[in-house]
Design a protein around this ligand. Structure first.
Ligand code: M6R
Length: 610
């Protein structure tokens, strides 16, 4: 978590760093800080809370500098406070550092340094690194950092400046993203592409073990042993405007409304419904492997991406007839999954930086598995390390709650499952055409649905004060119930749980009384009758029923307190449709409660620590 940025050049570093931090705020937002060097003097400003506090600080006491580093924090070691906010320094205030990651052996190092007389000001793991660099510093910052990195264990992206060498930024990466933006007579470092895009498209994506010395006109990349590392400058295509709110009140709302286009983008050039053909250019998995060699699929992810994985289990098993299990990355990596070269491990991640998912991918590679990532962020760690990648072409997702990338992930998984079902002879060309047409038609249906969201606002207003919500679904819509509940809890802080509707009577039904809203996904299909029985059971206990039902279903009106109608789809494709009202319900409840929709408490967009 946490975002780091640095600038060296002729412009005012403070302005560039502040606007970069704004773009990185999604990575953490409990405190922020900037350090600059002016006339060989280090100036550090830090503030607790949102970035606007730091902005205010610089507005009240402006400062101009040509070199600086900045940080936006998601606390790991030490509570959010000014002392714990980055940048941190050594006791002489000569070495200044910003860090994203976790130093695992910091306690031992801190004890050793304290025994040598170092005094610490914060509770962070990062401060130890500043002190250690100072210990090794003999008028050569790069050398001191190299020596320090040998001693530390853990994950990091560092930006480091030093008052004695105000002409350079040293940065280093190990298991946390770090990019150098290459400019003309200026250079940048940052945790992600979005922070650099307003300034340059030319970027160097540092690899694990890289240590770079960045000056105004030169970038040298070495390793801890001072060997030169080869680097490539890549030109990044990306639209900076996509990172703006474009008139919407929140990024989340904008991202919900973008879904018709983002699904189209993910489908574009990959499906040919009239020919009954799928073509995913990037995936070079041999047809032979999919037809014969593959024994099973293991889908691994966290949070929302995990729920997309749960939908895919049904698709891979039912359509392609490939045994599939789905696991939470933080569990998968610490059990002993049975994996071999016949197992295809699919990791799903919006950010491509989620620490547990990345570790799961590495574990799978070590075991010789075939690997495929479904990822949104181009050049992220997961997309670079996975052998095959399918990008969900959703553009930057800024709201912490995933929305458009969830439907993007589902879309990619649907295409894969259909393609492989056909290749394995489990689906006829005619059926493939029908399913692909369904997929092609879904963006229009979502567009139509989004034209009138009033019914959802009404339900949200009526129920925003409730303390517990239950979400029920079955079959393909069971993961949608889980995802709907996650959306509500993360942005409104209301306790919400998703259940497989058939499980209710095995315990959770005890929760239901007249104060509990029960959101039920009850669209047409093979489990419709079953879910109606589950609605009756919940109603009999006094639950307030909110049904998400297929258009023109009159029957459900008599069985529910509120009905949210969605356009009719086949049951197969329904999860891509039914999640939309649940995203909106969570959104409007959060707005009615006055919560911080885009930056909910305690969370960060990409979880780069385990
Ligand atoms: O970037 P990733 O898709 O790997 O992130 C996984 C989860 O952290 C993420 O889906 C999280 O659950 C979202 N905040 C949910 O809205």
């Amino acid at each position: 978590m946490c975002g780091i940025i640095g600038y060296i050049g002729k412009a005012n570093a403070v302005d560039i760093i502040l606007s970069g931090l704004k773009k990185l705020e999604y990575r953490g937002y409990d405190s922020a800080g900037i350090a600059v060097i002016v006339d060989r003097k280090v100036h550090i400003r830090r503030s607790v809370g949102k970035l606007c506090n730091l902005y205010l600080n610089f507005r009240e006491r402006p400062i101009s500098a040509n070199i600086g580093i900045g940080h936006t924090r998601w606390a790991t070691h030490g509570k959010p406070s000014e002392e714990n906010a980055h940048p941190h320094t050594d006791y002489t205030k000569s070495i200044v550092i910003v860090h994203n990651g976790i130093i695992e052996n910091y306690a031992k190092l801190r004890d050793e340094l304290q025994n040598n007389g170092h005094e610490f000001k914060s509770e962070t793991d990062t401060e130890v690194v500043a002190h250690l660099i100072k210990e090794h510093y003999k008028n050569n910052l790069l050398y001191a950092v190299q020596k320090t990195l040998i001693k530390i264990e853990g994950s990091y992206a560092f930006g480091i400046i030093c008052k004695e060498e105000p002409d350079k930024i040293i940065c280093a990466r190990q298991d946390a993203p770090l990019i150098i933006g290459v400019g003309k007579d200026e250079n940048f470092i940052a945790s992600d592409v979005a922070a650099l895009l307003p300034h340059t498209r030319d970027m160097i994506f540092l690899e694990n073990g890289d240590i770079a010395e960045v000056t105004v006109d030169k970038i040298i990349v070495k390793d801890v042993k001072n060997n030169m590392r080869s680097v490539k400058i890549k030109s990044v295509e990306c639209d900076a405007v996509q990172s703006e709110k474009s008139g919407y009140k929140h990024f989340m709302l904008k991202e919900i409304f973008e879904q018709p286009s983002t699904i189209e983008n993910t489908l574009n050039g990959r499906i040919y419904p009239n020919e009954g053909r799928v073509f995913i250019e990037e995936v070079k998995i041999k047809e032979e492997y999919i037809k014969k060699d593959i024994s099973n699929i293991c889908v691994v992810a966290c949070g929302t991406a995990y729920y997309a994985g749960l939908v895919s289990k049904i698709l891979f098993e039912e359509f392609a007839k490939i045994p599939t299990e789905v696991d939470i990355a933080s569990e998968f990596r610490y059990r002993e999954p049975i994996l071999n070269e016949k197992t295809l491990v699919i990791v799903i991640s919006q950010s491509g930086e989620t620490a547990d998912t990345l570790a799961a991918l590495r574990l799978a590679k070590n075991k010789g598995c075939q690997t495929l990532a479904i990822c949104n962020v181009i050049e992220s760690s997961i997309s670079r390390e996975s052998v095959h990648v399918i990008y969900t072409c959703c553009g930057p997702e800024i709201g912490v709650a995933s929305t458009k990338t969830f439907t993007g992930q589902l879309t990619a998984l649907y295409i894969l499952a259909l393609d492989w079902a056909f290749k394995r002879g489990k689906l006829t060309k005619e059926s493939l055409k029908i399913y692909l047409k369904e997929l092609e038609g879904i963006p229009l249906k979502i567009r139509l649905f989004l034209e009138d969201v009033k019914p959802i606002k009404i339900v949200a207003k009526m129920l925003a004060h409730k303390k517990i919500f239950l979400y029920l679904g079955r079959y393909l819509n069971y993961p949608i119930a889980l995802e709907g509940a996650l959306k509500l809890k993360e942005i409104s802080y209301i306790h919400a749980e998703g259940y497989a509707a058939g499980e209710m009577k095995h315990g959770p039904i005890a929760l239901i009384d007249a104060s509990v809203p029960v959101v039920v996904v009850a669209v047409a299909g093979r489990v419709y009758k079953k879910i109606i029985s589950n609605i009756e059971e919940a109603r009999a206990r006094g639950g307030v029923i909110i049904a998400v039902a297929s258009d023109s279903n009159e029957e459900i009106k008599n069985k529910s307190d509120y009905v949210i109608y969605v356009p009719k789809t086949s049951e197969f494709i329904s999860p891509i449709m039914t999640i939309i009202p649940l995203q909106l319900l969570a959104y409007y409840i959060s707005v009615f409660l006055g919560c911080d929709v885009d930056q909910p408490r305690n969370l960060a967009k990409s979880v780069t620590v385990e």
